[in-house]
Design a protein around this ligand. Structure first.
Ligand code: ANZ
Ligand code: ZN
Length: 814
């Protein structure tokens, strides 16, 4: 055996061999239990992967290998979320077709994932920008359409001037689009929506049944933003009804003014001639501001009096009507009953414009003085007619019931979530399969005409018109109406990439199926995904959309589960050595390629696993990877030395045999619990034990060789190349990755312990269990930390400790 470990030779050799042997192929029919583990399929950007991305892909690969060796039929596939603006932008910039750019990037990604040693079933590779795939994305669009869940609307839409396309409110945060462009505005153009709001409750309820981190669940809950309250009918003096949504109907007697969104349709009628100029000027300005600016905390609230009044339905009070941009047209009813005594925003507004404040909820400590801030908490209702003395908590229900009785209000649930805007006025996406006919209106493209293929275009640059470049391909746009046969036009918007990624996980079980989006039998066998691994950046968009689509498919009777990812784990973020989140654009990215070149893939893998607990953020360090490389060098060396020795004695080494069983137990548990960092350190400790035995000359045993072999098997998921090479070098055949996972004997693995009485000043206070081999210092430390003892000696100085090994520790205090 070569005494030198040389990853540069052995790694590519085994990668080619695995691919050729189909070592990682999954079977659609098997008697074994199945395990479907998946990473979010990457967007093949021109930047390639950096070692931060590897923190996502490598641990999943370790788990897939572990499950395969543990007897599972494992599906661990890879594909490409390939449609989208960055690719199109790069194509424009460098004068290529998006198809060419995509293919090149995909090749690069595939190579990177291969050289880091990940084992995928590449026969199932999918590409969301291929017609074989997007045909079914279009098919799902039509499913949503037929179920009344896709509609076209010409509202004000979010518009990113850099991306030159509309986007979903979900993709805009803080005036910045999801790709990081600022200057987001609104544009009034027709666009397609998915009616995800119909599923708001179902999306909320489902969260109770899935194993996700509390943080991600909270983000989804927040996003959906369910809010329970009442809708109350105020009236104009002419008797026209203006409903408001409130979460605090118990404060209805405290309304001292009323605020409409500047866009509200009744602003016009309520505005007096004297106020008209001011109102129009204010409204014109407000419409151009983003929702974020309008509602940001700390931003001064402004408004204008309209000159009109509305009437409070419980006490007939005439209430002045204002407009203010903090009231959003799209939430609730776009109108707010303002209660400055109990809502801080209204309070500040009332202070500023000198409007009255009327306390109607009195907390126990309320003494009647003027308020310095709104009282937002609970109390007894006061100045509230028949409700006086009612606790505000029950007042909400009582007031709602009263309003219902009187026919002037009703219980109401509101959601913060909006419908999902799917239209993109860009080229590189799946065309929306709709035809506009002058006679028949919107007509879905018949299923047998799918896919609606993207036409080839030399110049697919957006032209600033707000229409998709596809509108310029006249021969493609002009078509005949499937219903009346008259001349008609194709829809020219494409779908945003989040449509493609909302169902891709259903495709891997049968990636080549062409009669249906998936082979139902294959899907039934593999679904749902057993483990989904992704970064926290998908907390809302992708994860919410995919859940929505799956719920729709479930309701359509296509599948028998309604949550796509019962178990989701998020890896921590990797920071570059400068402390900032690693990314190519920041210039702190490290490519796996260079690490593989210098240290080998196995050293990179072990370092990625070792650097921190899987879900924790951590900073890259070159020293770390040097350390794991050194570990592998030593491992190799130990094998080379051991197997150079021809014979072994028959002596048994029972101690080592026990340690071997413990190693199997510990590694199995650590991998299953995704505690990969302690998995690696356990190997390091075990290698030390073996090294000490060798040093002491007690290594010519069968037990020693068996310990080495067990270690190889256990290390195979983490370091697949070196273990495969040593497996063959030591006379085995067949891939190590297809060997059964070692088993341990609990009786042998059990640590022997002894019971030690712990005394304080000679009096026994507790009994502790310690490992039989534990040294004196360790036993005494454990005794001192014992909670009983700790309490007894609190604050007192320990004079001395008397220990009778294996029996008693007596702590003497002054
Ligand atoms: C009166 C009131 C009194 C309110 C009180 C609160 C406290 P969430 O929890 O977000 O649903 N509101 C209603 N529609 C609005 C809109 N379009 N734009 C801005 N604000 C709006 O909050 C609902 C509360 O937000 C509603 O309850 C309303 O103010 C305000 F002591 O009504 B409340
Ligand atoms: Zn027609």
């Amino acid at each position: 055996m070569d005494p030198q470990y040389d990853p540069q030779t052995i790694e590519p050799k085994w990668q080619a061999d695995w691919e050729q042997q189909g070592v990682y192929a999954a079977e659609n029919h098997s008697d074994k239990p199945k395990y479907y583990c998946l990473n979010y399929f990457p967007y093949p950007s021109g930047d390639g992967l950096h070692v931060g991305h590897c923190r996502n892909y490598i641990p999943t690969d370790v788990l897939a290998r572990f499950m395969r060796m543990s007897g599972y039929n494992v599906l661990h596939p890879m594909g490409w979320d390939a449609f989208g603006e960055p690719t199109e932008q790069a194509a424009i910039q460098y004068g290529f077709q998006p198809r060419e750019v995509t293919d090149r990037n995909v090749q690069y990604f595939r190579r990177q994932l291969t050289i880091i040693g990940n084992g995928y079933d590449w026969s199932r590779e999918i590409d969301s920008s291929s017609p074989e795939y997007y045909r079914w994305t279009q098919w799902f669009f039509l499913l949503l359409y037929r179920r009344g869940l896709a509609y076209r609307d010409s509202n004000w839409q979010w518009w990113c001037p850099t991306c030159q396309t509309t986007m979903s409110s979900h993709e805009v945060e803080g005036g910045v689009c999801w790709r990081g462009h600022s200057g987001i505005t609104k544009k009034e153009i027709p666009a397609w929506y998915f009616k995800i709001t119909d599923y708001a409750d179902s999306l909320l309820d489902g969260l109770e049944r899935i194993d996700w981190s509390p943080r991600i669940k909270a983000m989804q809950r927040n996003w959906i933003g369910r809010s329970q309250g009442a809708e109350i009918d105020f009236r104009t003096e002419d008797g026209e009804v203006i409903p408001v949504f409130t979460t605090r109907p118990d404060t209805l007697y405290g309304v001292t003014f009323f605020v409409l969104a500047p866009e509200h349709p009744l602003v016009e009628t309520l505005t007096s001639d004297a106020q008209r100029a001011a109102v129009e000027a204010y409204a014109a300005e407000a419409v151009g501001r983003s929702e974020i600016e309008r509602t940001a905390e700390g931003v001064e609230k402004t408004g204008v009096f309209t000159g009109g009044v509305v009437i409070n339905p419980v006490n007939q009070a005439r209430v002045p009507v204002w407009i203010a941009d903090y009231v959003l047209p799209s939430y609730g009813t776009g109108a707010v009953m303002a209660v400055p005594a109990h809502d801080q925003r209204d309070f500040v507004f009332a202070q500023k414009y000198d409007l009255p404040v009327e306390v109607v909820i009195a907390p126990a400590d309320y003494s009647g003085e003027a308020l310095e801030a709104a009282i937002e908490g609970e109390g007894l209702m006061v100045n509230s007619g028949r409700f006086d003395g009612t606790p505000s908590s029950s007042g909400i229900q009582k007031m709602t019931a009263f309003l219902e009785e009187q026919g002037i209000g009703r219980a109401k649930v509101n959601y913060r979530m909006r419908d999902w805007l799917i239209s993109r006025q860009r080229y590189w996406g799946a065309p929306i399969p709709i035809i506009h006919c002058p006679a028949c209106g919107e007509v879905p493209v018949p299923e047998d005409q799918l896919p609606v293929r993207l036409p080839e275009m030399d110049d697919f640059k957006p032209d600033g018109s707000g229409r998709s470049p596809l509108a310029r391909v006249t021969e493609w746009v002009q078509t005949t109406c499937p219903e009346c046969g008259g001349s008609a036009e194709r829809e020219t918007d494409t779908m945003g990439g989040f449509a493609c990624s909302s169902w891709y996980f259903l495709r891997f079980p049968s990636p080549h199926e062409d009669a249906y989006p998936f082979d139902p039998e294959a899907l039934r066998y593999w679904s749902p995904v057993d483990l989904y691994v992704g970064g926290p950046e998908h907390a809302v968009l992708h994860l919410l959309y995919a859940r929505f689509w799956v719920k729709v498919m479930h309701d359509a009777g296509m599948i028998d589960f309604d949550e796509p990812f019962p178990r989701l784990v998020n890896q921590g973020i990797l920071h570059g050595s400068d402390g900032a989140r690693m990314s190519k654009s920041r210039g702190n990215g490290i490519q796996p390629d260079t690490m593989v070149d210098s240290y080998g893939a196995d050293a990179l893998r072990l370092y990625e696993l070792f650097m921190a607990p899987f879900d924790q953020d951590v900073q890259w360090s070159d020293d770390g990877i040097t350390g794991t490389r050194r570990f592998l060098n030593r491992l190799w060396r130990l094998f080379a030395d051991t197997y150079e020795e021809a014979d072994t004695s028959k002596d048994e080494d029972l101690e080592l045999e026990k340690m071997r069983h413990r190693l199997i137990r510990d590694i199995s548990e650590r991998v299953a619990e995704m505690r990969f960092n302690t998995m690696v350190s356990t190997f390091m400790e075990f290698l030390n034990v073996l090294g000490e035995r060798k040093q002491a000359g007690s290594w010519h045993t069968e037990t020693f060789r068996q310990a080495l072999e067990t270690m190889l098997l256990l290390l195979a998921p983490g370091a697949p190349h070196i273990t495969e090479e040593l497996w063959h070098q030591t006379g085995h055949s067949g891939s190590i990755h297809l060997q059964p996972w070692p088993e341990w004997d609990p009786a042998l693995a059990r640590e022997e312990t002894v019971a030690i009485a712990v005394q304080v000043n000679g009096k026994t206070r507790d009994v502790i269990e310690v490992p039989a081999q534990a040294d004196r210092a360790a036993v005494e430390a454990k005794a001192v930390q014992n909670p009983q003892v700790h309490r007894m000696i609190a604050g007192q100085e320990i004079a001395r400790i008397i220990t009778i090994p294996g029996k008693v520790v007596n702590i003497v205090v002054k």
